[in-house]
Design a binder for this molecule. Structure first.
Ligand code: GLN
Length: 541
């Protein structure tokens, strides 16, 4: 049977609960245990796929095609365990399932209520995971006190009783705000948050106290006393300069040791050398480069979470600090603004949707191609690079994507069908917006000797996708004559997966999202190669 760790948060949102859960997962792994992390989000959307990245940050896609919360990205990056569809749920999904059962008559005419029907459905989600790992870490989204969160608290309270209190642990993350006028950190919000949690019947075993400065012993004692928790289980969780320092920092404060103790397991030293190496590489880089990210949501870097992290990983592999310059694509509609790209060693155009900013992205691709600046186009960034090539190398001025409306030369168009698990999947432009994309892992075949094949050191790969439109393969031959090689294709040869210029230091566009699979201890090969190319470029200037 698995042991369960439930993670809740109080006082404010954005406490970094997801990161804390992921870091604890990594620490338990370092002690030789297998872990599985999952997320329960109290909002009503069935999945975050249709939520604006402005509001909710990046949509993380799993191998099996689920559109999930970005916290699953943290889980994967810290534990290396690929997340799956069954690792996250939302209130929308829970209700959908209960209501479907009600319509089918599964409840035999019973009155359907939050307790026990909704709470049982939540418990079933948790139960499904039993036995799949030594520890199941379940994070409850939102903040204690939210109306939406109540059924989850009730469900995890019951669950702890069901499996026996020795098999469940409740960890609560809070904030100790610093009040400048008083010159001190305040413990009262934490006390109130714990009180609120206790009114739901849950007494936390461990408190993770976020603060922007060291927590004095007196404050820790006060929290221990008022919250009825042993002093050593009030864990200070101070702001870290790099998220990859968090496992080491929490270990230092005794988090994993206390968790092990709560479960009555033997305390043996964790193997932390990997995390130490990662931390050293981040803090003692040998080189520095600057990469421009030309995108649309540049005022909220959470919408490019995995991408930012993958660049850090590429830097770790090259002992290089990667500085990011976020550039709003729209500015390049004014051609004179192109100077903004003159001080960077590489240009990355990330995934995106909709027409705003596209002309700017196309300009950025053109600049990279003409000036021999390393370019990495991801999904939308590949589509824009191909449109640029069609317009400026083939002279097809009307080349565009049907995503922006009807156009003369739809070099990027809506996919009508593709193959998934040996079956054809079809869609039309009349389908719903939710759940109609090419989603999840698909294989691709690489041309031997290409930059892509060199980076991967393989000719067969599998990468995660999230898109509706495709580059039209029928232009491949003409583009290849102009130097743009389609070096990666779907196994049937119909869908372009990777393109690259033969006579350019490093210009690669990919139809998938390599950033989703990158990890600090296993950096994605394309990010390693891109950072390396940018590093070489930096030595030229
Ligand atoms: N909007 C494009 C498509 O749907 C690209 C999507 C993306 O970049 N993730 O094909």
């Amino acid at each position: 049977m698995s042991r369960y760790i439930f993670i809740t948060g109080g006082v404010v949102s954005s406490l970094g609960k997801g990161l804390a859960s992921a870091a604890l997962g990594a620490l338990l792994q370092a002690r030789g245990y297998s872990v599985r992390l999952c997320k329960l989000d109290p909002y009503l959307n069935v999945d975050p796929g249709t939520m604006s990245p402005f509001q909710h940050g990046e949509v993380f896609v799993t191998d099996d095609g689920a559109e999930t919360d970005l916290d699953l990205g943290h889980y994967e990056r810290f534990t290396g365990r690929p997340a799956t569809k069954t690792d996250s749920t939302t209130t929308g999904r829970i209700y959908l399932s209960v209501l479907n059962k009600e319509r089918k008559g599964d409840y035999l005419g019973a009155t359907i209520q939050v307790i026990p029907h909704i709470t049982d459905e939540i418990k079933d989600f948790l139960k499904e995971k039993d036995g799949t790992a030594d520890f199941i870490l379940a994070e409850i989204g939102g903040t204690i006190g939210d109306i939406e969160g109540l059924p989850y608290l009730e469900a995890i309270r019951q669950f702890g009783n069901d499996i026996g209190r020795g098999n469940a642990l409740y960890m609560h993350a809070t904030l100790l705000p610093y009040i400048a006028a008083a010159g001190e950190l305040k413990t009262k919000p934490t006390q109130h948050s714990v009180k609120e949690l206790m009114s739901a019947g849950i007494a936390p075993d461990i408190l993770l106290c976020r603060a922007d400065r060291p927590i004095e012993e007196g404050d820790r004692k006060k929290i221990a006393l008022f919250c009825n928790i042993p002093y050593e289980r009030v864990i200070p969780a101070l702001d870290a300069n790099s998220i990859y320092d968090v496992p080491l920092a929490y270990n230092n404060e005794g988090l994993d040791a206390q968790v092990i103790k709560c479960f009555g397991l033997p305390d043996k030293a964790p193997a932390l050398s990997t995390w130490k190496t990662i931390s050293e590489r981040i803090w003692q880089p040998e080189h520095t480069i600057k990469i421009a990210i030309v995108g649309k949501y540049t005022n909220l870097t959470d919408s490019y979470k995995s991408l930012n992290e993958a660049l850090v990983h590429g830097g770790i592999a090259n002992k290089t600090k990667v500085e990011l310059k976020f550039v709003e694509a729209e500015i390049f509609e004014d051609e004179s603004k192109i100077f903004e790209l003159e001080d960077v060693n590489g240009i990355l155009v990330p995934g995106g949707f909709g027409s705003r900013g596209t002309e700017g992205k196309i300009r950025a691709a053109q600049f990279a191609r003409e000036k021999n600046v390393p370019y990495f186009g991801i999904c939308f960034g590949m589509q824009m690079a191909v449109i640029e090539a069609a317009r400026n190398l083939l002279g097809l001025k009307g080349a565009s994507s049907t995503e922006f409306g009807p156009c003369d030369i739809p070099i990027v168009g809506l996919m009508t069908e593709w193959v998934k698990d040996n079956e054809k999947v079809a869609r039309s432009n009349k389908d719903d917006m939710g759940g109609t994309m090419r989603l999840g892992a698909f294989p691709a075949m690489l041309k031997a000797g290409s930059k892509a094949a060199q980076a991967y050191n393989a000719t067969e790969i599998s990468e995660r996708h999230r898109h509706r439109y495709e580059v039209d393969i029928s232009y491949a031959k003409k583009l290849e004559e102009k130097g743009l090689l389609f070096s990666g294709l779907s196994p049937d040869g119909n869908l372009p997966e990777i393109c690259e210029y033969k006579n350019h230091p490093w210009f690669v566009g990919v139809q998938f999202h390599p950033e989703l699979k990158s990890k600090p201890f296993d950096p994605h090969p394309l990010f390693v190669a891109f950072v390396k190319a940018a590093l070489e470029q930096s030595k030229l200037v």
